[in-house]
Design a protein around this ligand. Structure first.
Ligand code: 5GP
Ligand code: ZN
Length: 140
């Protein structure tokens, strides 16, 4: 994809701070980090989002993300890691080349960690939950 910034990073036409590279995936630092060590994992083959990526590339991205999560905890001293994917503009996706955010989390406060839970946990309406479950189960 010629107009995709992540494809340009893979091709070497745009700079990136790379941390892991293998045959199918690339991991590099996010330029607008939500916490210390926030990195992105992308497939080398262009897919626009979670609904479009093939199972092999998805599995490869997840494996690279797992390795990054381990390194965040072992090498950066992270206390936890959030794995985030935004699928679609309504879900905050801004770059339409599939990517996983690997966001190290720190228990010691906001100077290394600016993340907050993006919803207010509160009990849902049981009828609505059941309706959604029926629609999502496809009769399974
Ligand atoms: P999204 O909002 O699509 O889930 O995430 C896109 C991410 O890509 C954002 O966190 C943004 O900071 C990051 N990003 C956008 N452009 C660039 C770039 O040119 N280089 C790097 N390293 N990250 C980028
Ligand atoms: Zn792309």
């Amino acid at each position: 994809m010629t107009d995709c910034i992540f494809c340009k990073i893979i091709a070497g036409d745009l700079p990136a701070t790379k941390v892991i590279e293998d045959e199918q995936t690339l991991a590099f630092m996010d330029i607008n980090p939500g916490s210390h060590g926030h990195a992105l994992v992308i497939p080398k083959a262009h897919s626009k989002d979670l609904t479009a990526i093939g199972p092999d590339d998805l599995a490869a991205c997840l494996s690279t993300a797992q390795e990054l999560a381990r390194r965040a905890m072992e090498n950066l001293g992270a206390d936890g890691v959030n794995l985030i994917n935004c699928c679609g503009a309504a879900a905050w996706q801004t770059v339409f080349h599939f990517h996983l955010h690997v966001v190290p989390r720190y228990a010691d406060g906001p100077h290394r960690d600016g993340l907050q839970l993006p919803w207010v946990p509160a009990p849902g309406d049981p009828g609505e939950i059941a309706d959604a479950a029926r629609a999502l189960s496809n009769g399974d």
